[in-house]
Ligand binder design. Structure first.
Ligand code: ATP
Ligand code: MG
Length: 654
């Protein structure tokens, strides 16, 4: 473990209080929030117990809030019984049945509005179809679907009968899919003939066939939804069309009573820092924090049109597409395709046409759309937007400012939400009517979340702006239960230090004089330059603040004297093709970084490219860049890498 704290160099002093108009219209007032914090601080379990009674409809009440006997395998709401799908759908039927649950828009432009009653029926019929195909409580079901309503129907149907779903992003390859099928020993795969993405048809069934060609012996049935009508082959003894499986199935399906800690789903992490981990989430605790964060962070209200752009293949698409919006009876948008079809105005067009009020996306999308220029968003009516959010990576302050000014028209608060697949829901994030935001900071931990920055002994770092390990010191309801089938890896990854008492997030962070959290990067990525430990985020943000730079990634390269030197990969604005070297620009950027944050952070090497290696969820894979900087061969797991070809360009082989 590292010896020293991580030094901060970023200077960011801009502050944005919520407007009076926003504060007046919000659900959460400062006083109420203070009460929540006080209550949680005084009685952590009592606080979450009350929340769980208030927000969840239980079939049978729990008799213990938290069981820590077998820590770190914590169990929340012991002996309580519930059903997550019941909490999303059945409880809307009485008063909200005709309300629109989903506004679906396909990439080709097809639009469909689905009410809560219709969604309930779809889920029940499909749940009965699953049962009819032999799926029962505890069975694992792989969902490999395009971003269409039926992906949510499939997830909800699994939840309804107690099957454990594991969604695999539709862009993943056959081998990534095969790994996940085998790791979960799934009994069924639910897929589609194809999906529309980037103006093309993604041939999902064909890829699933390749995955299933060898091994995957656990799979008995493949259900295929017809989305694109592309040619596929059906294997007689294994494959069945969705519409055939649904034939003669009743419109009601009783919701299976589940124990609070029965697993709801498995989901693999993005693979930014290593081989993806199969994260297991429980039913009740997960549902609870999906709901509380919809209320606290998204200020969700009955008239809102909520749009989270994440695919259901990621945790964000679980909590803020498949579960949170439905569990709070909200209306949400689901969009099938990419932001650039037919052009870079698609997101803004969808917002304008469907009257989106809350918009939630990732920094990678913001940077890409920012690169396309201001004129595009300015040509759409974005006046209905009232709140913006971001997740997935630290957002560089310059991208934050663009989002704020150009998309939010300086009217909408931005919620920068820090959380992970493992945490299940937002952990550190602003409460938009109350929190004064600062570009690049995820601000403060939510009520009942005990986040801290500690040194290697687990002592809280009290000095402002000294970086350290981001930890969570008390269990929280939506926490990871374990890594599927690998309890030891769960303990080793998340509870290795601090006597196993604190959850280690794997990110480094600092807190400023106001106690705000600033994520500095991944622990694995911290640089050590002449004895100074530097996070990647701040140097990258300084580079992105230069007018010619669109994106940047920074890694350490071994250096005889300094220990490590700063190696930067830079994408210039205006799609300038790979320049490899550009001495004038390099001199300018080195001087710029020295000026912005100090000579210590000045990159020794800068390499230009037209993109960076990213996970399919859009995160920069610095571990690959580190290997390239060293001039070594890449032998690591690249199963979640989006753009394989960029590696060749970066290595100078393309
Ligand atoms: P793996 O664990 O396989 O390496 P991953 O960590 O990228 O992949 P996710 O669970 O999708 O997988 O991502 C969580 C991580 O994303 C966090 O640990 C953090 O590094 C980053 N992150 C998410 N939201 C934010 C945010 N608002 N600000 C800064 N970083 C964020
Ligand atoms: Mg991670």
């Amino acid at each position: 473990m590292a010896q020293d704290n991580i030094e901060s160099t970023l200077l960011e002093n801009r502050r944005f209080p919520p407007s009076d108009a926003f504060t007046r219209s919000t659900r959460m007032q400062a006083q109420t929030l203070d009460q929540l914090y006080d209550k949680a601080a005084a009685d952590h379990e009592g606080f979450w117990g009350d929340m769980a009674r208030q927000e969840i409809d239980w079939f049978k009440p729990f008799d213990q809030v938290l069981d820590s006997d077998n820590a770190p395998f914590y169990r929340w709401f012991e002996n309580g019984e519930l059903n997550v799908s019941y909490n999303c759908l059945d409880r809307q039927l009485e008063t909200n049945a005709d309300k629109t649950a989903i506004i679906f828009e396909g990439e080709p432009g097809d639009v469909e509005h689905i009410s809560y009653r219709e969604l309930y029926q779809k889920v029940c019929i499909f749940a009965n179809a699953l049962k009819n195909q032999g799926v029962s409580k505890g069975d694992r079901v792989i969902i490999y679907m395009p971003m269409i309503t039926e992906a949510v129907v499939a997830m909800q149907a699994c939840a309804r009968i107690g099957a454990i779903h594991s969604v695999v992003f539709g862009g993943f390859s056959a081998s990534a899919l095969k790994d996940r099928i085998e790791d979960t020993s799934a009994k069924m795969v639910i897929t589609a003939d194809g999906g529309h993405r980037g103006g093309k048809i993604i041939t999902l069934k064909e890829t699933a066939d390749q995955a299933l060609a060898e091994g995957c012996d656990s799979v008995e049935t493949v259900i295929v939804f017809r989305r694109c009508g592309n040619d596929i082959t059906m294997q007689a003894d294994r494959d069945i069309w969705w519409h055939d499986a649904e034939k003669n199935q009743p419109e009601h399906c009783p919701a299976q009573a589940m124990q609070a800690s029965d697993p709801l789903f498995l989901l693999y992490t993005s693979g930014s820092t290593g081989k993806p981990k199969g994260i297991q989430h429980a039913s009740a605790g997960y549902l609870l924090n999906a709901i509380t964060t919809m209320r606290w962070v998204f200020d969700i209200q009955s008239a809102d049109v909520f749009w989270c752009t994440a695919d259901v293949g990621w945790i964000t698409g679980h909590t803020y597409v498949a579960y949170g919006p439905l569990a709070t009876g909200s209306t949400m948008v689901i969009y099938e395709g990419v932001p650039t079809v037919p052009d870079a105005g698609r997101f803004w067009d969808v917002c304008a046409r469907h009257g989106v009020t809350i918009f939630y996306t990732a920094p990678t999308a913001i940077r890409a759309l920012m690169k396309a220029g201001d004129a595009i968003p300015k040509s759409y009516d974005l006046s209905r937007l009232r709140l913006l959010g971001t997740v997935g990576e630290p957002i560089n302050p310059e991208a934050w400012m663009w989002y704020h000014e150009v998309i939010g028209q300086s009217r909408c608060p931005i919620v920068d939400t820090w959380w992970q697949t493992e945490t299940g829901a937002h952990m550190i994030a602003p409460v938009p009517g109350v929190t004064v935001t600062k570009p690049g900071s995820c601000t403060k931990a939510l009520p009942g979340i005990d986040a801290a920055v500690v040194n290697e002994n687990g002592e809280e770092i009290t000095q402002a702006n000294q970086g350290g390990f981001l930890v969570i010191r008390k269990p929280w309801p939506s926490m990871i239960q374990t890594i599927w089938g690998d309890d030891q890896r769960y303990k080793d990854t998340y509870w290795p230090y601090f006597d196993g008492k604190y959850y280690l997030a794997g990110d480094s962070a600092r807190r400023d004089e106001d106690g705000y959290f600033w994520i500095m990067g991944r622990i694995d990525d911290v640089l050590n330059v002449s004895g100074h430990r530097l996070g990647t985020m701040e140097i990258e943000s300084a580079l992105v603040a230069h007018q010619s730079v669109a994106e940047a990634a920074v890694v350490g390269k071994p250096h005889d004297i300094k220990g490590e030197s700063v190696f930067a990969y830079v994408v210039l604005k205006g799609n300038r093709p790979d320049g490899g070297v550009d001495e004038a620009m390099t001199a300018e950027l080195r001087a710029w970084v020295a000026d912005q944050i100090g000579p210590i952070a000045k990159p020794d090497d800068i390499r230009y490219a037209d993109n960076l290696p990213k996970t399919r969820s859009g995160k920069i894979m610095r571990r690959l860049l580190r290997t390239i900087a060293k001039g070594e061969q890449i032998t690591q797991d690249t199963s979640t890498l989006e753009n394989e070809s960029i590696l060749l360009q970066l290595q100078g082989k393309a």
